[in-house]
Write a protein that binds this ligand. Structure first.
Ligand code: ADP
Length: 449
């Protein structure tokens, strides 16, 4: 068995840089792709080769399947790493790679299909005995059915798009009169955003934690790398992630880890993925969804376990077995990640533009995953994540102290960033105590905590 000689990275920004780093350490040559406004980007500079695949609009570049496959063919790339976002959860892309004789570094098209159909994933896993949030069994076609389900489970409920992602396509409905309007709006929004109007209904649980488990499977064995707590969110989008979770006892970790492994086995999962759960105040665990890609927040798991998740992805795609057994995974210390976005820190409005000075923090226990540099122009066409600031300490207290000093050291001039927002969170007594749930940011912004 051999690793690939050359991999094309079908992505941009920090994740493209992260994948190039893993490839270099594995002795694999890399090909970067870029849109015509990104010729000077760091991922292009760091890769061994690069190819322009289209104009700035990602529909014609980073989402352009024929252009990407041609780029792989002309460069003799044996495999494609899709990163996250863009084509990473597109089953047709995974299939098209296979048809062209190129290995897609990720799960099977069937895994991706189930992961992308949240109503179906719920149904499949519920039947396999995995607890799911009370709600509909599969998609809900009519408003009448939605009303019946909501009456049965009780308000508030949350209406979700089966194809939804990134916190989009969800609506909380607090009373029956609001349901009809919300149902039709959710269908329309989902159709516009995801080209599919299938929706489903769940009970809306207050004061919950979002806890997810990283899994890795080589098709024969499945292991988990412990949990990440991603409860610090704004509008259902993650801003700060940590591992382990402050609510996880050894018993809880074992329980949620085993549930994740069971879910992965039930799906015949292959390669790396994440099983997302919500956990209520009584520590009841409910499956929420499967993410069939490497996630933005994977570094916190890498920091506490020492496992290089990207290298594992590549090795498994090349046919190697898992490098670890479950009993070799022993999380140590505590890691936290802040997503630094090019956004206004109060209103979170994107703030693209030229970075006139970029000086990242460093020192013991500090990691910065970024593609930014002094002089780089943050494009307005893509997401606003410009850096991930990750710390690792021997315990949560030390990790928080490191994050505070790293946030103070981080200099980004020329554009607005969310650094001031993160400083507020890291000085908040409830966050420091580990006393929070997914509504923490909304409550903090309204002055309620
Ligand atoms: P997405 O795929 O868009 O990220 P998820 O289904 O993973 O959507 O949900 C995103 C977030 O929305 C969760 O982390 C949680 O904060 C909130 N959420 C989702 N479902 C529920 C629920 N049933 N009750 C309360 N909050 C929920």
């Amino acid at each position: 068995m051999k690793l690939f000689k050359k991999i094309l990275i079908a992505n941009r920004g920090e994740i493209a840089v992260r994948i190039i780093r893993a490839c270099k350490e594995l002795g694999i040559r890399t090909v970067a792709i870029f849109s015509d406004i990104e010729k000077g980007s760091l991922h292009v500079r760091l890769a061994d080769e690069s190819i322009c695949i289209g104009p700035a609009n990602s529909r014609h570049s980073y989402l352009n399947i024929p252009a990407i496959l041609s780029a792989a063919e002309v460069t003799d790339s044996e495999a494609i790493h899709p990163g996250y976002g863009f084509l990473s959860e597109n089953p047709q892309f995974a299939e098209a790679c296979a048809t062209s004789g190129i290995t897609f570094i990720g799960p099977t098209p069937e895994n991706i299909r189930i992961g992308g159909d949240k109503a179906k994933a719920r149904q499949v896993l519920k039947r396999r005995g995995i607890p799911v949030v009370p709600g509909s069994d599969g998609p809900v076609i009519s408003e009448e059915t939605a009303v019946k389900i909501a009456q049965k489970i009780g308000f508030p409920v949350i209406i979700k798009a089966s194809a939804g992602g990134g916190g989009r396509g969800m609506r909380i409905v607090r009373e029956e009169q609001e349901l009809s309007h919300a149902f039709h709006m959710a269908q329309r929004e989902s159709l516009a955003a995801f080209g599919n109007n299938e929706i489903y209904v769940e009970k809306y649980l207050p004061s919950i934690r979002h806890i997810e488990v990283q899994i890795i499977s080589d098709g024969k064995n499945v292991i988990h790398l412990g949990e990440r707590d991603c409860s610090i969110q704004r509008r259902h989008q993650k801003l700060i992630e940590e591992a382990p979770s402050t609510i996880a006892t050894a018993k809880f970790r074992k329980k949620i880890g085993e549930l994740a492994v069971r879910a992965a086995k039930a799906m015949k999962y292959h390669n790396v993925g994440t099983i997302e759960f919500i956990v209520d105040q009584e520590q009841n665990v409910y499956f929420m969804e499967v993410n069939t890609r490497v996630q933005v927040e994977h570094p916190v798991t890498e920091e506490v376990t020492g496992v290089d998740i990207i290298k594992e992805q590549i090795r498994i795609a090349a046919g190697f077995p898992l490098s670890y057994k479950q009993n070799q995974i022993k999380p140590s210390g505590y890691s936290i990640e802040c997503r630094i976005n090019a956004e206004d820190p109060e209103k979170f409005i994107p703030c693209p533009g030229r970075i006139t000075l970029f000086s990242p923090p460093g020192g013991p226990g500090v990691r910065v995953d970024t593609a930014a540099y002094t002089g780089w122009v943050v494009p307005s066409h893509y997401d606003s994540l410009i850096a991930k600031l990750i710390v690792h300490g021997k315990n949560r207290e030390e990790a928080i102290a490191k994050m505070k000093r790293a946030l103070d050291e981080f200099i980004i001039e020329g554009i607005k960033t969310t650094i001031p927002f993160h400083k507020k969170v890291f000085n908040h007594p409830d966050f420091i105590r580990g006393n929070f749930s997914t509504d923490f940011i909304d409550r903090m912004s309204n002055g309620n905590v």
